[in-house]
Each structure stands twice: as C-alpha cells, then as structure tokens.
Design a protein around this ligand. Structure first.
Ligand code: BDR
Ligand code: CA
Length: 309
C-alpha cells in the first residue's frame, strides 16, 4: 500500500480529488491537512471533516495555516468555489468525526516519521503547511518519498498572465518547498486546463448511483452552471495531481529546474522553469506537459465510482 497525506484547500475540485483518492486501490490515505486558499481555512477544515464523515473516510483531519507564511491574503470573492468552498452543495455537518488536535505541520512531520521515508504527499492548495513542516522540522524533507502538487505552470497563469492561484497565494512557501530537495512532480496549468469533464462523465457518475458518485456529479453540475454563467469550466486541476501519482501514464513529463518569483511588479508567484537549461542547475522536479484527456476522464470516473467500496 502506498501511503499519502492530502494537503488541500477544499474547494470543489479538491473535493473531487479526495473522492477519487478514496477510490484508488493500493492507496492508503493517512490524513487530510487543511490550508487557507480557495476559501478561509475554517471553511476548508469544515468541508474536509464533513466530507470524510459523509463518505466514511475515518482519517485524521488537521487544521492548518490560516494565512500565507509572510504575506497577507484575503480570500477572493470571485465565487469560483462558492462562498464556503463546495459550490452550492451543503454536506451534513459531521457529528462523530472531530478534528485531530495536532497542527497540520506537526501531523505531517509525525506521519512522515512514522512511515520511515515512505510517505507521499498530494498537495492541492497553497504550500504554506508543507513549508511550515520544512521550516519547523529540518528532518522532514528527507522523510518524504515524493510530493505531487497541483500548482504553477511552465507556460502561463490563471490569476495573472504568469501566476497560477496556489503558488500566487503563497510564493514564499512554494519557494521553500521547491528548494527543499523533496522529489516532486508539478502538475500545472500546462495540463490541468485541458482536464475538462463532459456531460457524459456526469451521466456515468449518476448511473453508478453511490453516495460518492452522486456527490461528485453534484459538484460537476455546479461547475457546469458556473461555466455557463461566465466562470471557470469543469476543470479537474486537483484530481490531475492525483492522476500523476496513481495513473502517471496519462501524462508526459519533462524534468526542469523550477523556482518561484517572490517579487516583481507583475510576476509575483510565477513559476520559472529553466526550459533552456541556462541556470546550470540540476532539475528539481518533473513537470507534467502533455495529457491524454479521454484516458484521464475515464480513469477519474472509475476511481470515483470505486470510492467507498
Ligand atoms: C487551483 O486553484 C484552485 O482554485 C483549485 O482548487 C486548484 O487547486 C487552480 O489554479
Ligand atoms: Ca485546490
């Protein structure tokens, strides 16, 4: 069994990634850590706790960073994920599941230590919790087998011309993580903007008719309406980072040295990938550059359909 902690800012597409992760054979979810991002951390944490109870995922859920490492961030009101993060979906409040008393960074460290170098991380929000674990526990970076993250882009951005949201929220944290020596895979906008679910995927999930597949279909329906109203499409940014981990064959990767622009009037949060190898530095990550969209979509539907079994 591969072991993973999911660090996320749930978030509609984070929720889909969790539903799919719970349906991956050979993957054991050891915990969920919450970070400020799509919505305030208190909403992220509630979403994760409610979601875990709703799908019977009995794992620790830990509170995490409520703001970026050194800067300020006020959650946007652009409503991509609705007011509290799950669009128009209201899950029943968890009655039995309560928060783990540890902070995200402490939980990450203790779990990494207990796994003796085997722990993998799936990061689908700003990297503040991971950076805190690196800063607070110098041993932490050496204990992580691999980190898969949704964030950044070799080419382009979504918050600005050159910055992707997760990195843009906390560039200093991403910089610390990128320079930590942890082996990592970046799943950025180069591929995620292509990972768009279609009406037939939603229909298949509805046909499957499990608690998990119905919830996923509701989330995808919310995203479809959002798109019709001029918002973001039904894009599976975060589930694609899970695919890099559990179904890597659906993407093609290039190894690059990547760093984050932490200053700049226009480019803060830009992930600079040394594609022409001018820096003389060794690659620090593998970057997903091409995606086989149909294989990814059917894999995702299968994983969600397996969730809860
Ligand atoms: C990322 O930002 C959030 O809106 C999504 O959950 C995803 O992690 C895409 O830029
Ligand atoms: Ca996210």
């Amino acid at each position: 069994m591969r072991k993973v902690v999911i660090d996320c800012d749930t978030g509609t597409d984070d929720a889909i990634a969790i539903l799919a992760a719970a349906g991956c054979p050979g993957l054991e979810i050891l915990g969920i850590t919450c970070v400020n991002g799509n919505v305030m951390e208190k909403y992220v944490a509630k979403n994760n706790l409610d979601l875990c109870e709703y799908i019977g995922l009995e794992v620790p859920v830990c509170h995490g960073a409520v703001s970026p490492l050194y800067s300020e961030y006020h959650n946007s009101q652009d409503m991509t994920h609705g007011l509290t993060g799950l669009g128009s979906i209201e899950l029943p409040s968890a009655k039995h599941h309560s928060f783990d008393s540890r902070t995200a960074s402490r939980f990450l460290y203790e779990t990494a230590k207990a796994c003796g170098g085997e722990l993998e991380l799936l990061v689908t929000g700003p990297m503040t919790n991971i950076a805190l674990a690196i800063i607070q526990y110098p041993e932490f970076s050496h204990l992580i087998r691999r980190l898969y993250f949704m964030g950044g882009a070799v080419f382009g951005g979504n918050v600005s011309t050159t910055a992707e949201f997760n990195i843009w929220v906390d560039p200093e944290a991403a910089h610390a993580v990128f320079q930590s020596g942890i082996p990592m895979t970046m799943v950025g906008l180069d591929v995620t903007l292509k990972a768009i679910m279609q009406k037939e995927d939603i229909e298949q999930l509805r046909l499957r008719d499990t608690r998990e597949s119905r919830l996923a279909a509701d989330l995808l329906d919310y995203m479809s309406v959002r798109f019709l109203n001029g918002g973001e499409n039904v894009i599976m940014h975060d589930a694609l980072a899970l695919a890099a981990m559990m179904f890597p064959e659906c993407m093609k990767y290039e190894d690059y040295w990547v760093d984050v622009e932490t200053s700049g009037d226009y480019t803060r949060g830009h992930t600079y990938a040394d594609i022409r190898q001018r820096s003389g530095r060794e690659a620090n990550m593998s970057c997903a550059m091409k995606l086989d969209v149909p294989s990814f979509r059917s894999w995702l539907v299968r994983r969600i359909s397996q969730s809860g079994n």
